[in-house]
Design a protein around this ligand. Structure first.
Ligand SMILES: NC(=O)c1ccc[n+]([C@@H]2O[C@H](COP(=O)([O-])OP(=O)(O)OC[C@H]3O[C@@H](n4cnc5c(N)ncnc54)[C@H](OP(=O)(O)O)[C@@H]3O)[C@@H](O)[C@H]2O)c1
Length: 311
């Protein structure tokens, strides 16, 4: 099986969905612009798209299928909103494949650590049928990752990757050893929300009101020093502030998944992958981020969605 070496991934959570776009992101981006972004991604050599059935109420999946998936690497997910039921993963994957107009996905993630063994066993079945080329897990803690790896090892299948929340201001998975464990075991670590849904973009650029921004603005007040450092580093390297946040992850050996829906955002992501920071710059970014005390909703919110074990 050919391994997938991911440098950066395009996230599709913010595609589609007028209500979601306006309420959460402050704006809705027309499909024609997203299509231009996809064409730009092809030009820039960014091939990997991260999807899930719930993103934009399924609109992202359909858009990808309509765009054409011949030259694209598809990263899709099964989201266990309920406890395991026989063939639940199969049914969901079949809908994905119909949306993608494909007979396989490149990477398939178990989105939450609910009923891990049962869900993974069904994913293994689909892998053995050739419908899934690589298996990953998302929003899992270290113990859950170890358990998943054991299950896959027993089936003779490598664990491709972990997809968890991570950014310059959310480094829990590094501090508790999960990222080192990935490196030791040659498992790819993909970071979702590396721009913290807009918190790690340029504070000097005014954005439209949204519910998310109401929360963010409170946190942003704590981040003056961090923005100052990010702006200084961006000037030194001739890049933008969001590119500093993206390049930070790449310099840590982590794959950034970035919510791009405009051509310039795709271009910036492709450029950020090539930026090299000195160890002094990395230390300064981390120290200032830690001192800011800024908090985000992402990590805890997703763990909250994990169902309790059945008795
Ligand atoms: N596995 C999981 O549980 C999970 C959970 C959440 C997300 N994800 C994945 O991670 C992806 C990324 O997360 P996200 O989209 O929520 O957040 P994100 O990537 O942290 O942030 C997206 C925001 O950043 C802005 N942005 C993107 N590129 C920019 C650039 N170059 N310059 C300035 N602003 C830029 C976007 O602006 P605009 O508003 O102008 O577009 C958008 O508001 C998702 O799409 C999804 O694929 C996975």
């Amino acid at each position: 099986m050919e391994n997938i070496i991911a440098k950066a991934v395009i996230g599709t959570n913010s595609w589609g969905g007028k209500m979601y776009g306006k309420a959460v992101r402050g704006s809705y981006v027309e499909d024609s612009i997203i299509k231009e972004a996809m064409a730009e991604a092809e030009k820039q050599g960014l091939k990997i798209y991260d999807l899930a059935r719930d993103y934009g109420l399924g609109k992202a999946q359909k858009m990808i299928g309509e765009f054409g998936t011949e030259n694209i690497i598809l990263s899709a997910k099964y989201t266990p909103f309920t406890h395991y039921k026989k063939n639940c993963v199969r049914r969901s994957l079949e809908k994905d494949l119909s949306d993608f107009k494909r007979d396989y996905v490149d990477i398939y993630w178990l989105h939450l650590p609910t009923d891990i063994e049962q869900h993974l066993n069904e994913i293994i079945e689909l892998y053995n049928e050739g419908k899934i080329k690589h298996i990953g897990i998302s929003n899992f803690d270290l113990e859950e990752c170890k358990l998943s790896k054991r299950i896959l090892d027993n089936a003779g299948i490598p664990l491709y990757g972990i997809q968890n929340h991570y950014s310059l201001i959310s480094r829990e998975w590094e501090k508790n050893g999960l990222i080192d464990w990935c490196k030791e075991n040659n498992i790819s670590f993909w970071a979702w929300a590396v721009l913290e849904e807009g918190m790690l973009t340029d504070p000097r650029v005014k954005t439209k009101f949204s519910l998310m921004k109401l929360y963010m603005n409170r946190q942003k007040k704590k981040m003056h020093d961090l923005y100052r450092v990010m702006i200084a580093i961006s000037k030194r390297h001739g890049i933008t502030v969001p590119q500093v946040a993206e390049a930070y992850c790449v310099n840590k050996g982590i794959v950034p998944i970035c919510g791009c829906r405009k051509p310039n955002q795709v271009r910036e992501l492709a450029e950020a992958v090539e930026v090299k920071f000195s160890s002094k710059e990395m230390q300064l970014l981390e120290k200032t981020a830690d001192l800011s005390g800024a908090k985000v909703l992402g990590h805890d919110l997703f763990r909250f969605a994990v169902l309790k074990k059945r008795r």
